[in-house]
Design a protein around this ligand. Sequence first.
Ligand code: UGA
Length: 442
Amino acid sequence: MRISVIGVGYLGAVHAAAMAELGHDVIGLDVDAARVVSLQAGRAPFHEPDFEEILQRGLEAGRLRFTTDYAELADAEVHFLGLGTPQRADGFGADLTYLEAAVTSLAGVIATRGGAPTLVVGKSTVPAGTARTLAGRLAHLPGTDLMWNPEFLREGFAVKDTLTPDRLVYGVAEPGAASADAQVALLDAVYAPLLAAGTPRLVMGLETAELVKVSANAFLATKISFINAIAEICEALGGDVTEVAAAIGMDDRIGRKFLRAGVGFGGGCLPKDIRAFIASAEDAGVGEALGFLREVDAVNQRRRQRVVELAREMLGDLRGRRITVLGAAFKPDSDDVRDSPALEVTARLMSAGAHVTVTDPAALANAARRVPGLHGEPDTDAALAGAELVVLLTEWREYRDFDPVRTRARVAAPRMIDGRTVLDPVAWRDAGWELRSLGRGE
Ligand code: UGA
């Protein structure tokens, strides 16, 4: 099938390459010319396992190309919308301007198709109601329908999550109507290999599909803040949150995943999605229903500040003190620093007057762009040299595997804050370290 993907950021680029991998003829469009040039040259503009491989395979097979020109999309029968919906400048709701501009440009292209069947499929995370509004903007185009098909990929597993998803969610304007059957059949043809492999596919209304996505992210954020709230209690009352999480997680109604306590969630999705969800509930007059998500956000913010407080408890006045931060990315195996807890804590330590050195295997270049004056050091040993306090904030494998005895020899003073609760307190204390962990009482 001939497919376009409009907006080839993280989600869109992976989706475009994955659709080519399924055998479709795919064109990806972005207004960012540099990104288009990079993708067309087979270079991934972000760190993502397996992505460059399927990108290059699609390009070499002639099934994948990229453009900045909407006119080149006229042949496509299915258009996926992969545009970003960042947090609005006012700090709460989702900014839909990229999506709206894309639909306006796309409508101009579809108008040239003379009524040939065309399906527009939204993948971006949006407040409920957005899809129906966008469908209204395409209503004058004969033969054109809009569906919403949210994406659940995780960074670091994006290719796997796209090609072997837990489920496919199809939102249609009129579930059960004959018009919906035709749309579903067309999207089924796009995803045929996934469906043949047994991927469950759920058809529902547009608003429900939009809500599935934001509800999933809200639940994940809530799970993390729940365990981080218990972490606060453990610190005060003398418990160990990792043992609580392991024990409650064995109840399969609770489940052990997403119960890792620490400095909290960041990234381009969970923080902004819960805020946008709160804003959309308030707009609908049901803000109270999601009042607890404000607390989820507040717990998450408090964990960041707690690290700074621990640093003060260990060092006193932070002015002029040498602190080494392990990790800048919002999670391991990623170079993404959007709303990264590690970077925010770093910035707070810097503004408290500390001399901070940050190391990270992949995210230092992005980190330097985000935090002016940041001192990044890619070599871990060099970063540790002279440290009076080490703060682990992103649990990269290599930091988790640090040997406490060898590490002690590198620093000026053996003090450690384990901001991801991943180090073995006994081993580190036995090696002479003063260790404080988020979620463990002393
Ligand atoms: C998240 C969701 O997991 C995806 O399902 C969703 O599709 C995606 O957002 C999106 O909306 O696009 P992602 O942002 O890639 O994916 O990252 P996660 O693996 O969910 O991690 C988010 C944050 O939570 C990270 O900062 C991570 O360190 C933190 N986290 C995660 C914890 O602090 N504890 C945990 O137990 C799990």
